[in-house]
Ligand binder design. Sequence first.
Ligand code: GLU
Length: 860
Amino acid sequence: MKIVLQNVLWLLFFVAYQYFCLASESVTIGILFNEGSHQSEIALNSTLHKKNTFDQKAFFKSNVLQISNFDSFEASKTLCGMLEADYGIAAVIGLESPTRAILESICNHFEVPYIMTSWRPPTRKQTDTVFNFFPEAELFAQALAEIVKSLQWGSFVIIYETEEGLIRMQEILKLQDYKRNSKQNNILVKQLGPGNDHRSLLKEIKNATENNIILDCKTEHILPILQQAKDQNLLSLHNNYLLTSLTETVLFYDALLHLTDSINDLMYTEKSITPNPINCFEQTKSKNGYIFAAYMKERKPSLSLSGPLKFDDNGNRIHFNIHVVDILDNQVIADWYASNSSLVLRRSSNDTEFAAVANLQKILVNVSSRIGEPYLKYRESEEGKILYGNDRYEGYSMDLIQEVANIIGFRFEFHLAEDKEYGKWDEKKKKWTGLVGDLLERKAQLAVCDLTITHQRREVVDFSMPFMTLGISILYKKEEKKDINMFAFLDPFSVSVWIYTATLYLIISVVLYFISRMTPGDWENPHPCDENPEELENIWDIKNCLWLTLGSIMTQGCDILPKGISSRMAVSMWWFFSLIMTSSYTANLAAFLTKDRMEPTIDGAEALSKQTKIKYGVVDGGSTMAFFRDSNFSTYQRMWTNMLATRPSVFEKNNNDGVKRVQAPKGQYAFLMESTQIEYEIETKCDLKQVGSSLDTKSYGIAMPMNSPYRSAINKAILKLQESGKLNDLKNKWWKEKRKDPSCENFDVEEKSDSAELALANVGGVFFVLGVGIAIAVMLAIFEFLWNVRSVSVEEHLTYWEALKVELKFACNVWITKKRTKPVISESSSSSSHKSDKTDDKSMIHSFLQSAGSFMNLNN
Ligand code: GLU
């Protein structure tokens, strides 16, 4: 207790000594605050308190006044009132204010030191007692430009609040590399509107798909603006902000410290800086202000938060350091030194990547994708089970991102692009669609599917290194296996024509029979030597009529012909009919048998482009469409023109629809799609085939917003997967192993032969008719033979078997070319052979000749 009391007494003694013995002079500093300078007020109080407690010479007091931001006259009145005080004002510190210029000129006129802590436009005006702790305007603009350059942003937006802000940006604006025809100019400049709601401006920036923003506004406006940017999804991982506003409180602190230190220094040198009151109307000037200001300009600061301090003749600060801080990592990434106008980068590319990966690990990465087998499809759930999140999908893309995530160590969630598109520039809506649109609208950090790396997309988003290579090819239907019709020779005529012809054949034969009976010309003398025959004969019985009409229609003719006028007329009309019918049949038969061969065949894009029967198309809005649209090659240009002109449209929403259209039973449609997808489709859809080789070579990559800092980490992961064979395994898994449908590998398809000849199957029916006809003829012959054997056995009084034996033996002996009218029966042949010589031999040939003779009127 005693010790404590002793200490308190010592402390009181020390403070009293400071007040009464050492601090012989009190010095008042004038402070002109504006309406929002509360933080600086805290800095002021704490600094003065510290100074008064520990420094010996001067005791500092402050005269703090608020000045009007808008009324210069009011502000000058306030300043003059302050300077009039009896105790005098050693120096004035004026914070940021639009009335700054008038205050500056009053102080300069009365030679009162005036210290500023805010930006002022470049000035060449000689000022002896005015100086600014804020960096000189042109140097500052140069520093900002160097910093922006070092960030290597391809494009960015400058948001500024006041006209002065735009002057600060002048050097940055010179970085503009204006591309006249580009969809994006690399620098967009926007001014914050009045009021606190800047959402529409931020939305505009979002629609312009810009990630890099330079924000130049009052420090107190930064947080509300960033909050609104967050609402617009403009504060995600790939958005970069450069805040150019320096903290005025730091400069104020440095100014106050420098000022009080200088006063103390002067006190030690016994130079009196006792300020005198100044009357603005009497034009009295400060007695010591000039010396004091000169000392302050030359003095080296002992401790300055804002770095080295040096002023030029105009009171501009020409030495200062700027540190660029990455707020996410809380790390200084670069320093700019005004003394030698140089920028020193503190972070290597490795550090940047490391920081990017660390940031990625902190968030749930959104992956934009689309449904399209085998890249992504809905997972079948067990009955009654509802799936959420990533469990809803499966496929190559999901596995690929899972592998990449395992290597880098981030969590992710798949989302489907609302418009289900891959990504194309929509000229009407003036924005990108699909996955690319999702990246640009900051809805996702990654985008993956069968997304082709194209130069148009590469202008607005970044791609990882390729994970699959492919080319455009043609998907077409294999030739259908048609049922072979053996009776194709009947096809040239319809059934009704066949029936009418057959009926007509019978009718004409009967009509001819009656005509020839009626016409006298067909009644002939049976014995031409007898000039007055008693009887006339007509050969046109019904059998002969049938034979003549049949011979005519088969184009074989007949060896007996009618002689009567009317019968000849009837027959010639029948010949005319036969001529037309047989020629039509022959012509049609040829066309029918070669019909299949007339179907157009394609063996590549060139063949496809030269025909019009088979329509062809592509996925709408995909890279294949872009390939044909932008190609300079005449064949592809022609194909593109054809595609545009074809109705109904040949563009399909997705690959699946295209494949279905190719498979459609009657549709003659070829689909131009990517070879990897064709490979997938023809693996199980055995009716499809790839036609020709690839038209180009390209690849799929994982897309991400432009200048994504994690791009190189993703590239490394893909390289790793490729080297370890994992990418191959994944492809095998989704292209082969996971397929439920049977593979087409062993599928036997009869390819259409290109040769011109007809196969046996095509003319099989003709062989069949011949076979059946000959078989019937043979059976008839056997029947006739047996019938003749029966007659012989009866007439020759032989047993049937004896007669059969004799006739058979004769028939089989091919050396005998003549036959007796009666059969020769050997002695031994039969017990009843003696009867044979009594009987007229009616051999088979004889009987046949007889009947044929009667048929053709030869036996007369
Ligand atoms: N892979 C294509 C793309 O990224 C889509 C399919 C296609 O155009 O054939 O756009």
